[in-house]
Design a protein around this ligand. Structure first.
Ligand SMILES: NC(=O)c1ccc[n+]([C@@H]2O[C@H](COP(=O)([O-])OP(=O)(O)OC[C@H]3O[C@@H](n4cnc5c(N)ncnc54)[C@H](OP(=O)(O)O)[C@@H]3O)[C@@H](O)[C@H]2O)c1
Length: 307
């Protein structure tokens, strides 16, 4: 018996490996981005002290050598109050650095994803901020982040996503949730600012949104500026109450008996914060069709996975 068992020659193209340069790779958001990037991508990580986003020469040398398909910039000088006394560093890292990335991204035809902040707004609105609302930052941090957005927008690069987010928390970084969780085990009473409103954002949800923008097998949304946070809004006081309540429900030891609402004036800090900085996610939702989780649900998800 003879058989012709010659296999047909595949006529589909080989799967090509795509390369991502992840900048600020040791930070809180980058920690989650690394977890969400599909295995078919090769991720190269860049952070201080070996890589300084504010060093134009180093940025060009590293990225034009690698020629990544995507650059995800999670690097920033994020200590909002310290920015007030270290203005030069704030503007170098948050303002100039993104522009250096954009120039190289243009030259090597890479897509750039960059993160920005609700602190570009002055908080005088009472309804969620749209992407094209005028930005009037109140702090050096906000001004430097706005300068970073403008450096990208004014560069020759067209293929970019700038994503503004707010009140970020997650594994791998100091953040409000961890601060309240610690204080609630140490103190009988907490005083938390109750006259600033925004939306908490779980880094896991933001990382999924970022990665989804560029790795979806469907067409990517149009390039440009987007807002992303969790859904809903609250004050820092309400956020703290929810953190403590969820910790109690999980059986964590909580010492704090009372959480007192206080005014911004009662908690003086160097940098001025917006009174209201809720971001509208309508543009992101329309472009992606994605559902955005409610902030309380995402806080629960964070606590479920917290070690
Ligand atoms: N955290 C928030 O509440 C919040 C809210 C709105 C928007 N955002 C934005 O979201 C993004 C991610 O924030 P995140 O909280 O994940 O920040 P993060 O935890 O502070 O991480 C930033 C990373 O960038 C690194 N970095 C700082 N300066 C650098 C430089 N010159 N060159 C290279 N790397 C540098 C940091 O290193 P070192 O730790 O050694 O400095 C750190 O590893 C940022 O763009 C931030 O502005 C954050």
């Amino acid at each position: 018996m003879t058989s012709n068992c010659q296999l047909p020659t595949p006529n589909y193209p080989p799967v090509s490996t795509r390369t991502i340069a992840l900048i600020g790779s040791n930070g809180m958001l980058a920690t989650m981005v690394k977890q969400k990037i599909p295995a078919r991508y090769v991720v190269h990580q860049y952070d201080l002290p070996d890589f300084d986003i504010a060093d134009a020469h180093q940025v060009r040398q590293a990225l034009s050598g690698l020629r990544p398909d995507l650059i995800i910039n999670c690097a920033a000088f994020t200590r909002v109050d310290l920015c007030e006394s270290q203005q030069q560093t704030a503007f170098d890292v948050n303002g100039l650095g993104p522009g250096f990335l954009a120039e190289v991204a243009h030259d090597i035809a890479a897509v750039l994803i960059h993160l920005s902040t609700d602190f570009v707004f002055d908080g005088k609105k009472n309804t969620p901020y749209l992407e094209d609302d005028p930005a009037y930052p109140l702090s050096v941090y906000g001004q430097s982040k706005l300068a970073g957005e403008q450096a990208i927008i004014n560069s020759p690069l067209q293929q970019y996503y700038i994503i503004r987010t707010s009140w970020l928390y997650g594994p791998g970084g100091p953040n409000f949730v961890e601060t309240i969780a610690r204080l609630a085990t140490e103190r009988d009473e907490l005083g938390i600012v109750a006259d600033q409103y925004g939306t908490p954002t779980y880094s896991g949800d933001l990382a999924e949104a970022i990665v989804g923008l560029v790795t979806s097998r469907e067409a990517s949304p149009p390039y440009g500026l987007y807002h992303f946070s969790n859904q809903g809004e609250c004050s820092w006081y309400e956020f703290a109450c929810e953190i403590v309540s969820q910790l109690r429900k999980k059986g964590c030891p909580v010492k704090a008996q009372r959480i007192q609402p206080i005014r911004t004036e009662d908690y003086p800090v160097p940098a001025k914060r917006p009174r209201y900085s809720v971001l509208s996610k309508e543009k992101y939702r329309r472009a992606t069709g994605a559902d955005i989780p409610e902030w309380k649900d995402s806080l629960g998800k964070y606590f479920d996975n917290r070690v």
